[in-house]
Design a protein around this ligand. Structure first.
Ligand code: C2O
Ligand code: CU
Ligand code: CU
Length: 501
């Protein structure tokens, strides 16, 4: 018997990775080695008492010093900048009072480096990740992934951006350095003592309903600050946005009516830019845009906003009315850009942003797998199943490199209840083939489905068909709803990639 199997039988599965043979990098020197520590800390968010948070801090042990960029005064973890082809080692130190593990959202990594909850380590322990960056340039991110505690840990502050660059992107000469605005959107409920309130999973009807609907805050923080104003020059900016919220869905737009120039999504650049009046961004998703301020007058302002939409567009799990003063769909000014007199570089939008990625060519022969998103007995399920730590059903087993079409069907239960679910598949950038249903839902018009993506929002009553080509790296991975309370409640499943077919 495989010793891993034996350990699983006696309930010691979490020690199993120690028995794995060394990966081919552990014997080699990595190109980049960093230390990432999760620990309690304090930051000042509003006037008055500091806010107690949990926070990632990092240190570069080997490789370019620019690999980590700390965001001053923020609870967010350092921005990790990696390059395609780099061999990376990350030494994670868990200094929290509970188990944790880190997941690199969007990256195609070996399963032992993917942050599956079965790999969580106790507070005081470490976990070493070794992987090669095989993803192309894009806006990825990282956050904890322990079983039933992902929502709470992200909410306490544990999250950060992970940006990958490559030669194809370099050649475009997109704005970089000061020309790049990074925005992480997260809503929080902040009490009178300036502390984050989070009662998901707690007792009582109100807490239960908020858990089932997803935890909504009453203040939106951008990079950990509330309603920030940023001085900008008259030049072109690259604006990269992460929705790092537990449950809030934004419908992004510029306040002056300038259309959004979308150049990419979760998994890197589009082939060609497209413009849109608004962009629906669900939890877990990223947007990559250009903003040309060269024609704006000195002294003018532009706001990044979330446009109003009716809360019913998201749906809900119960009959109870929304209790948040800033419900889903509230109009929000996220960030104000104040245009200075300084004239900077105007970057012409490249005609072609990236070459077509062969993996996304439509394959009409791909087998179709139906995944129903359901609400039953006060629980969010996929195909009638809830999360099981080590279990994989037959239909959740795929050969390395295989291509499938997943048909995500968002069902309405007999009580008329359904919610929008951002469904995320680990380690994959997939292609959205079609949507049907929910055509009149105001969030539907904000979708930008042309970009490679790892998280797709499926509206109540909607069916999304996506084409996914699985990793060449065998092992146990996850797919789940990225409303973190839904994920923690068990709207998550494993899939196993077996050796090549
Ligand atoms: Cu961003 Cu499994 O998650
Ligand atoms: Cu992920
Ligand atoms: Cu969900």
């Amino acid at each position: 018997m495989d010793p891993r199997q034996l350990l699983r039988l006696i309930g010691l599965a979490s020690f199993a990775p120690a028995l794995r043979p060394l990966s081919r990098f552990q014997t080699n020197t990595p190109d980049v080695e960093i230390e990432l520590t999760a620990a309690p800390g304090e930051v000042s968010i509003q006037p008055g008492a500091p806010t107690r948070v949990w926070k990632f801090t990092g240190r570069v042990l080997r490789g370019p010093a620019t690999t980590l960029e700390t965001i001053p005064g923020s609870y967010l973890g350092p921005v990790i900048r990696l390059r395609k082809g780099q061999r990376v080692r990350i030494r994670f130190h868990n200094r929290l009072p509970e188990p944790s593990i880190v997941h690199w959202h969007g990256l195609d990594v070996p399963d032992v480096a993917d942050g599956h909850p079965r790999l969580a380590v106790e507070g005081g322990r470490d976990y070493v990740y070794d992987f090669e960056v095989i993803n192309r340039a894009g806006t990825y991110w990282y956050h904890p992934h322990p079983h039933m505690r992902t929502g709470a840990q992200v909410y306490q502050g544990l999250a950060g951006l992970l940006l990958v660059s490559d030669a194809e992107e370099d050649a475009l000469g997109l704005p970089a350095g000061n020309g790049e605005l990074l925005c992480v959107l997260q809503d929080r409920r902040i009490d009178k003592q300036n502390q984050f309130e989070y009662a998901a999973g707690g007792m009582g009807m109100a807490a239960m309903m908020q858990t089932m609907n997803g935890w909504i805050g009453d203040t939106v923080l951008v990079n950990g600050r509330s309603g920030p104003a940023t001085d900008v020059d008259r030049r072109t900016y690259r604006v990269r946005i992460l929705n790092g919220s537990n449950a809030r869905i934004y419908k992004l737009a510029w306040s002056d009516g300038t259309p959004l120039t979308i150049i990419g999504g979760d998994g890197g650049l589009l082939e060609r830019a497209r413009t849109a009046q608004a962009l629906t961004l669900a939890p877990g998703q990223r947007a990559d845009m250009l903003l040309d301020l060269s024609g704006h007058a000195a002294g003018s302002t532009v706001e990044l906003r979330s446009l109003a939409y009716p809360a019913e567009a998201v749906g809900r799990a119960g009959m109870m009315a929304e209790t948040s003063p800033l419900p889903q769909g509230a109009a929000i000014t996220l960030m104000t850009l104040k245009v200075s007199g300084t004239v900077g570089t105007r970057v012409r939008l490249p005609e072609r942003l990236s070459a077509p990625v062969p993996l996304w060519a439509v394959r009409t022969d791909a087998p179709v797998r139906r995944v129903a998103l359901q609400f039953r007995q006060m629980n969010w399920l996929m195909n009638g199943r809830t999360f099981e730590m080590d279990t994989v059903a037959a239909d959740e087993t795929v050969a390395a490199g295989a291509t499938q079409v997943w048909e995500l069907v968002n069902e309405t239960n007999p009580m008329g209840m359904a919610m929008a679910h951002p469904i995320h598949i680990h380690g994959r950038q997939f292609r959205i083939l079609s949507r049907s249903g929910a055509e009149t839902n105001p969030l539907n018009e904000g979708f930008s489905d042309g970009a490679p993506t790892d998280t797709v929002l499926v509206l109540p009553g909607q069916t999304v068909r996506l084409q996914v080509t699985f990793s060449q790296l065998p092992g146990l991975y996850l797919y789940h709803c990225h409303i973190l309370e839904h994920e923690d409640m068990g709207m998550m499943r494993n899939f196993r990639i077996t050796g090549r077919a």
